[in-house]
Design a protein around this ligand. Structure first.
Ligand code: HAM
Length: 365
């Protein structure tokens, strides 16, 4: 390496089309995941997971040609195996169900939130690594199962705070279903209060495994024109493992699109503060006492940070305020002797006398 090359600085940019999640971004991700989890679990779905690495052949049979030929991250490992970073979860979950088909109790309702990799042109709503909520039912070939999928997706949008006018569910009949099936479905959906679903023959899903009804969800505004979720019935996918037929239906919903929608409609919650209480030692001498005190208050359920900066108390309080930490307490010599200290609420300015025992209840009231 030449001198010039060795001095070149490395870029701090992440790889093209993937994201770094700084704590505020992570808080948003966690919020999105929590809505997915809570809603799926309210319908009785159980979470599963798997590795990002899969044998490439898993996708050859039934994932769409576009995904296989143009969008996979594939490589040959040191043992000459063809490996792919999963571009979708459906073949993985089908493999898992097929592997334990005899032990599992059907019907099965499962969900997952995997990160997926697709070599796409990065653009608004589409990245090269994204998280995708998946919900699937195995072992039910009845329309009620497809309907439950639409109901779950609808409920997720409601849980995010969207109203019926802000999104729309588009349903197509697919190859083996009839128009009659799609109407019937629409009527049943209307009967359970879902009125923003409509029949749309233009819905064409990229994957080759769909065998019946397919559906997608769209934001009705102009800012986010891409599908927010997509799915449908796939009754033949487990055949690729040489197993008997297992009817299946499900959908996937990405984190990128819904985050854009929540931003558009101003529906993202406030980023939570990192702690409830910030302890400000007056000098180095009080740090050890503050550390012990902090642990006592943590044990009672509050989130506590001790300042180690050695800066003036005023500076410490400023840092707490800027970090949106709602309470501070200054620990000086007097406080270490008496065991009592004042907890100050930074937004109202009120102060409450507390001890190690009572502090948590003052903060968490
Ligand atoms: P999909 O239509 O390829 O279906 O993806 C479903 C959703 O994932 C899309 O509507 C979008 O929200 C999100 N998505 C897809 N590609 C990207 C990307 N490059 N960047 C960000 N978000 C993206 C499937 O993946 C099926 N396996 C879904 C399924 C589950 N079918 C049955 N069960």
């Amino acid at each position: 390496m030449s001198d010039k090359e060795s001095k070149q600085k490395l870029s701090t940019e992440p790889y093209k089309g993937v994201r770094d999640f700084y704590p505020d971004d992570m808080a948003v991700e966690n919020y999105i995941f929590s809505v997915w989890r809570k809603t799926a679990e309210s319908f009785g779905y159980q979470e599963y997971g798997a590795s990002v690495l899969e044998p490439t052949e898993l996708y050859k049979a039934k994932s769409g040609q576009e995904i296989i030929n143009e969008q996979t991250y594939s490589f040959t490992d040191r043992g000459e195996r063809d490996v792919t970073l999963r571009p979708e979860m459906t073949p993985t979950v089908a493999r898992m169900i097929a592997a334990k088909r005899k032990e599992l109790r059907f019907p099965i309702r499962w969900y997952s939130i995997p990160n997926l990799f697709r070599y796409e042109k990065p653009q608004r709503g589409r990245l090269r690594e994204f998280y995708q909520f998946n919900a699937d039912i195995f072992g039910l070939d009845r329309m009620q199962a497809d309907m439950e999928m639409v109901m779950l997706a609808y409920q997720i949008m409601k849980s995010f705070g969207l109203n019926d006018k802000q999104f729309e569910i588009r349903i197509n009949v697919g190859v083996n279903a009839t128009k009659q099936d799609a109407e019937t479905l629409m009527k049943k959906l209307a009967a359970v209060g879902i009125k923003n679903a409509r029949f749309d023959e233009e819905i064409v899903r990229g994957m080759e495994y769909y065998t019946g009804i397919t559906f997608e969800m769209y934001d009705t505004g102009k800012d986010n024109p891409r599908a927010l979720f997509g799915g449908g019935r796939y009754d033949n996918l487990l055949d690729i493992f040489g197993e008997e037929k297992v009817p299946a239906t499900g959908f996937g919903m990405g984190d990128v699109g819904i985050k854009n929608v929540l931003e558009t409609y101003n529906l993202l919650p406030q980023i939570p503060a990192p702690a409830d209480l910030y302890l400000c030692p007056m000098s180095e001498k009080e740090i050890e006492y503050a550390e012990k005190l902090a642990q006592n208050i943590r044990d009672a359920g509050a989130r506590v940070i001790v300042d180690y900066s050695g800066k003036k108390v005023g500076e410490q309080i400023k840092y707490a305020d800027k970090s949106r930490i709602p309470f501070v307490a200054v620990i000086g010599e007097n406080e270490t002797k008496t065991g009592t200290f004042k907890i100050k609420n930074l937004s109202s300015g009120t102060e409450t006398e507390a001890t190690a025992k009572t502090a948590a209840s003052v903060i968490l009231q």
